[in-house]
Design a protein around this ligand. Structure first.
Ligand code: LLP
Length: 423
């Protein structure tokens, strides 16, 4: 095990060398709650949030946690209590934030396809800002604000056309991306918004992609945004905030993600003229390394040239390896005292050849062994489905030696709750 891995609350106490999260044995969690299950460390989530607050404290930041990364109510509440804001992309996410005790005044609304219903709900709730992504969206938003007799606070999401050097499915700032608008269009939209009685310009926004492990793309994007901010000033438009989005990467395999303090230092050299505050929309960096997916080996199976460990978690529970060929470290909760381990492919029970959680892993395994799939706190449960009629797994939040069930394991009844057999 390397140090990065140890620092997120996972460790093997000398007295009991099985894997623990904070002071809780993952063996005990599996015994009490069954597998598969997601287990998160409260301390790791708080530490990641605090890293943002401390690094950017000179910019009066508002850290708007990207709900899509992990939308569990308990996690939202934990962050709301720390004073976090939220980045949402749907009326459903707004509903979750408000249910969890989040403040509408700290919510920014991203996304290219906001429906009338989404807009109306957010306008009535009184959110901080709509991150507008097209001319048609700006028009619709002004119309809805007029109908509801309110003024909609807006930022324009600018596509700074930088290459975030990440997986193409999670890069959003390329020229060809569906997200945001180019700088010239943004300037036009700002003039339109400034002239509207139903819109109020409050900020500017960009988000260039996800799992970005160097600072350069962020700084390149910031420079382009600042250029536009200056042009807007010439147009007589001043902004309360600059929202630099999320996207800072985490450790999955051998990445060395940037320390936020270095991001903050680089920004302070660029932002001395800006009097407003900074917003960020981190998701993965807050919860990604804070959680594991626990799973049990159902069978070992040899096929030509390969050994398989067939486990009870599948692509429906953790879609990232199938969808992006993403790497998640996989470790045995109880390490076997054998000197030889072998390379195994860890696969799930779902009837799809792409149901692979990890290939060619160096593990010594027997049937029934418990495995922890690491860095599963972000885009794990939130992207999960019931495919193959598999009830969604429970989620547990560990705090010291206490375990709280923050989502129950779904039942078969949950699978059919909204269906009707008809005649
Ligand atoms: N803001 C906006 C507008 C976004 O679209 C996203 C993520 C975020 C913030 C948060 O990004 P983060 O800090 O988590 O990188 N399912 C993929 C990731 C998709 C990210 C989508 N947008 C994955 O599992 O890697």
């Amino acid at each position: 095990m390397n140090d990065t891995f140890l620092s997120f609350g996972l460790h093997r106490p000398p007295s009991d060398p099985s894997l623990h999260l904070e002071a809780v044995s993952l063996n005990a969690v599996a015994r009490d709650y069954g597998t598969p299950c997601f287990v998160y460390s409260k301390a790791a989530i708080l530490a990641a949030y605090q890293e943002y607050c401390h690094a950017f404290q000179g910019f009066s930041p508002l850290i708007c946690y990207a709900v899509k990364a992990n939308a569990n109510l308990a996690i939202l509440r934990l962050l709301a209590r720390q004073g976090a804001g939220f980045d949402i992309v749907s009326g459903g996410e707004l509903y979750r934030v408000l249910k969890a005790g989040g403040e509408a005044q700290k919510v920014v609304f991203s996304g290219v396809g906001k429906s009338i219903k989404d807009m109306d709900e957010a306008l009535m709730a009184g959110i901080l800002c709509f991150n507008v992504e097209s001319s048609a969206e700006l028009r619709r938003l002004a119309e809805r604000a007029q109908v509801l007799g309110v003024r909609a606070p807006i930022s324009v999401r600018v596509n700074p056309e930088v290459d975030a050097q990440t997986h193409p499915y999670i890069a959003t700032g390329l020229r060809s991306s569906k997200f945001g608008v180019d700088a010239a269009t943004a300037r036009r939209l700002y003039r339109e918004a400034a002239d509207s009685a139903y819109l109020r310009v409050v900020g500017i926004d960009c988000h260039i992609g996800s799992q970005i492990t160097t600072l350069e793309p962020f700084l390149e994007a910031t420079d382009k945004i600042l250029e536009l901010v200056h042009q807007l000033e010439q147009d007589g438009i001043s902004l309360d905030h600059i929202d630099l989005g999320g996207g800072v990467g985490i450790h999955y395999q051998n990445e060395t993600p940037p320390a936020l303090i270095n991001y903050a230092l680089a920004l302070s050299q660029r932002l001395h003229d800006f009097k407003g505050r900074l917003l960020f929309e981190p998701g993965r960096r807050i919860v990604g390394n804070a959680g594991v997916l626990l799973t049990r080996v159902e069978y070992l199976k040899d096929i030509p040239d390969r050994q398989l460990a067939i486990v009870d978690a599948g692509m429906n529970d953790l879609m990232r390896p199938s969808l992006y060929h993403a790497w998640h470290d996989i470790v045995a909760v109880e390490e076997r005292s054998v000197t030889t381990s072998s390379l195994v492919d860890v696969v799930g029970p779902v009837c799809e050849s792409s149901d692979i959680l990890g290939t060619q892993r160096n593990l010594a395994l027997e049937q029934g062994d418990l495995l922890a799939i690491l860095s599963a706190g972000a885009y794990g449960s939130s992207m999960g489905s019931q495919y193959n009629a598999r009830p969604k797994p429970p989620e547990l939040l560990v705090d010291g030696d206490t375990v709280t069930l923050i989502r129950q394991r779904e039942t078969y009844d949950d699978l059919i709750r909204h269906e009707n057999v008809g005649d």
